[in-house]
Design a protein around this ligand. Structure first.
Ligand SMILES: [Cu+2]
Length: 700
């Protein structure tokens, strides 16, 4: 059996050439901070050639599909006017325009009309970022890619899973491609073809890299773009004379990510380039992460390598649509926002406040901005609207108040709340915000106060104006007013004069109309034809226990893994991604998973192929035994989800039906597992990579 441990043994020697860069024991770690960037001086990039471009489908259509010719390339873009250089990036480009722009090109698709993407790998041989070759699969070529349509329900050969990677010269499995690279194009080395059925309801999905061992680096380098899927149900809500949901002209995607930029040059780039941590800063030395004795049967291979993976990365500069601290101008009317947390590991707890009169570019916590109405998530429309931080008849409409999370030396907050709109990596929210009562000339701050990591928190990952100087413990100096690094003040919203006609809807009328039976409840039903809510008591439903685990790997580093309720090793329920699949089901199987989180972090668990429904959560003491009844999920966790936060000390119960998509061609089985091979994993990218991912195999 090919296990992680054997694999590490064979690759550990590859690192010795980098010993030159090893810091001496006891010196301060080189956790980098971005240069000073002024806040709120650049507009939010919108969809368009100079913002985030939209891809052009080719006129040559076949299989009734829109056909796109894209490529993965290295390019440069100025990410903020104060950065000393344009930033070197990896990203996707529309080959018909040759205009690579961060987060582009966005694919606009409609339900029932498939999309075919031909992706040409044109990346240079050397990665932009330090590559830790001790991770499974990471000692191959550095320019391996695999394109995953995150949220798309696709045939497995188009799912872009970890073993479906390919290089610029790949012609097939073993010839520049991974063992599952079956979607190459004959006669076109380095090109993969992906078929996306789009047989699913309207939602914001995204396509990003998923190559084995370097997913976290490829995504951080920029290999991630938006994909907007529409359907007639949502179209009917957003069209007409007085649409209940704001129309496209007042719809704004907000893709939130955190990055750090080099202040000084290093062997991987110049000032202004992306910085990514590569030293395992152990707690023995003012570090950040525990270093332990290899557990769970891992052989002891000594201290972490010089270029090492890290348990999670919280960068210091939030970007929205690729711009640091952007400004958005809105009219006093309702807007629709399509939010995606595209960060490596950072959660966001989002609120709106009016800007302070006395401290410019800072929020006035005593002056709430407009409320949010959430109408959708990763799985499309919610079955009813959920409002955040808004009083109706004197009380807040859900359990979450607008109070700030307690934040200090001990940052830990209750993972179950209170919070406002909380988004873990890969989670999305479809929001309506009504600015019609905000006086023109007002400024609002989109504010985040989620601890990082969530919910434990480390003050060094929390950058805000006037924060304490933490240089003595390897953190940042105090943040200056008006400048980054600042992970709390994400965006300024300036309310300008009304240009068009007045919006006939306001917060209350919108919320009430959406709540009525022919509002969202009806739209939810219409948008999921043939997809009734799943019944855990239905016939032939499987019930299984799963676990989320943390151990120490062969280098003493923290490693997160998924497991079942049965131990394979000695110290935990964790299993390696390379271990044989334990989630193997026949097409159409309905499964209830009780997922026990035995770690200290909340993990956003993401599933490929299918969406799931959250049945509830309960505390537990022993794996397999919930303590008491299950509490219902959060109001915005109703409907369908594809990424679910699972909290420490809790068992989260989800139900899922594995249905293979119908496609107009034969789909071969995976050479690796013999079935339709997908994955499920944590979407904290550093967790996913090491090694919080398991195969998901669906048999015909
Ligand atoms: Cu995780």
């Amino acid at each position: 059996m090919f296990t992680r441990r054997e694999f590490i043994k064979t690759t550990a020697l590859a690192c010795t050439g980098l010993a030159l860069f090893k810091g001496s024991e006891g010196t301060a770690w080189a956790f980098s901070q971005s240069p000073l960037l002024r806040k709120f001086i650049s507009p939010l990039p919108g969809l368009g050639a100079n913002g985030v471009p939209v891809a052009n489908p080719s006129k040559i259509a076949f299989l009734g599909a829109d056909f796109y010719r894209l490529a993965a390339v290295q390019y440069q873009q100025q990410m903020h006017p104060d950065l000393p250089n344009p930033t070197n990036l990896w990203g996707y480009v529309d080959r018909t325009t040759g205009n690579p722009r961060y987060l582009g090109p966005v694919i606009v698709a409609e339900r029932g009309r498939p999309v075919i993407v031909q992706m040409k790998n044109m990346l240079p041989a050397q990665h932009l970022l330090p590559v830790d070759t001790t991770l499974d699969g990471a000692n191959g070529p550095q320019n391996r890619i695999a394109v995953h349509l995150h949220g798309g329900l696709t045939p497995w050969t188009s799912d872009g899973g970890p073993f479906s990677w390919y290089t610029p010269t790949a012609t097939g499995p073993g010839n520049g491609g991974g063992v599952d690279f079956l979607n190459g194009v004959p006669g076109m080395p380095g090109v993969a073809q992906y078929f996306y059925p789009n047989d699913q309801s309207a939602r914001l999905v995204w396509y990003h890299d998923h190559a084995m061992g370097i997913t976290r680096l490829n995504a951080y380098a920029g290999l991630a773009s938006g994909y907007l899927l529409s359907d007639p149900v949502v179209d009917s809500l957003t069209s007409g004379n007085a649409p209940l949901v704001p129309p496209l002209a007042y719809t704004v995607p907000l893709i939130i990510q955190d990055k750090s930029f080099k202040a000084v040059a290093d062997q991987w780039g110049r000032p202004g380039d992306l910085w990514y941590p590569y030293q395992y800063e152990s707690n023995e030395t003012t570090g950040r992460w525990d270093l332990g004795t290899p557990s769970d049967g891992f052989p002891n291979l000594g201290p972490p390598p010089t270029v090492s993976c890290v348990p999670e990365f919280f960068a210091d500069t939030p970007l929205i649509n690729g711009e640091a601290y952007p400004v958005l101008q809105v009219e006093p009317r309702r807007y629709r926002f399509l939010l995606l947390n595209g960060s490596q590991a950072r959660f966001y707890n989002l609120s709106l406040f009016y800007e302070s009169q006395t401290s410019p570019k800072e929020p006035n916590f005593k002056n709430d901005g407009p409320a949010f109405i959430q109408i959708g998530n990763e799985g499309g429309l919610l079955p009813y609207p959920v409002a955040f931080a808004k009083k109706i008849n004197g009380t807040y409409v859900n359990k979450n108040s607008n109070q700030l999370l307690a934040y200090g030396e001990e940052d830990e907050v209750n993972p179950d709340g209170p919070y406002n709109l909380l988004l873990a990596p890969a989670e999305r929210a479809d929001l309506i915000i009504d600015f019609s009562n905000v006086p023109p000339g007002s400024k609002l701050i989109l504010y985040n106060d989620a601890p990082a990591p969530f919910p434990g928190g480390d003050t060094r990952n929390d950058y805000f104006t006037g924060d304490p100087d933490q240089t003595a413990i390897g953190g940042a100096p105090s943040t200056l007013p008006g400048f980054g690094p600042n992970t709390r003040t994400l965006m300024e919203i300036q309310v300008v004069a009304l240009k068009g006609s007045r919006d006939p809807w306001d917060f209350a009328s919108t919320y009430n109309a959406l709540s009525s039976s022919n509002g969202l409840p009806l739209a939810y039903k219409l948008s999921h034809p043939g997809e009734p809510d799943l019944d855990p008591n239905g016939p032939n439903v499987l019930h299984e226990n799963k676990t989320l685990n943390e151990d120490f790997d062969s280098y003493g580093r923290l490693i997160q893994r998924v497991g079942t309720g049965q131990m394979l090793y000695t110290d935990s329920y964790g299993r390696n991604y390379m271990d044989p699949a334990t989630e193997v089901y026949h097409n159409g199987q309905v499964v209830v998973w009780d997922v026990y989180n035995t770690t200290g972090d909340t993990h956003p668990m993401h599933i490929h192929l299918a969406n799931m429904q959250v049945l509830g959560k309960a505390p537990y003491t022993d794996v397999g035994v919930p303590d008491g009844p299950f509490a219902p999920p959060d109001p915005n966790y109703r409907g369908w989800k594809e990424t679910v936060r699972m909290n420490p000390g809790e068992v989260t119960r989800v139900i899922v039906k594995f249905t293979l998509p119908k496609v107009p061609f034969a789909v071969p089985p995976s050479p690796r597992t013999g079935g339709n091979e997908y994955v499920w994993h944590c979407h904290i990218l550093e967790h996913e990579e090491h090694d919080m991912m398991r195969p998901l195999v669906i048999l015909p």
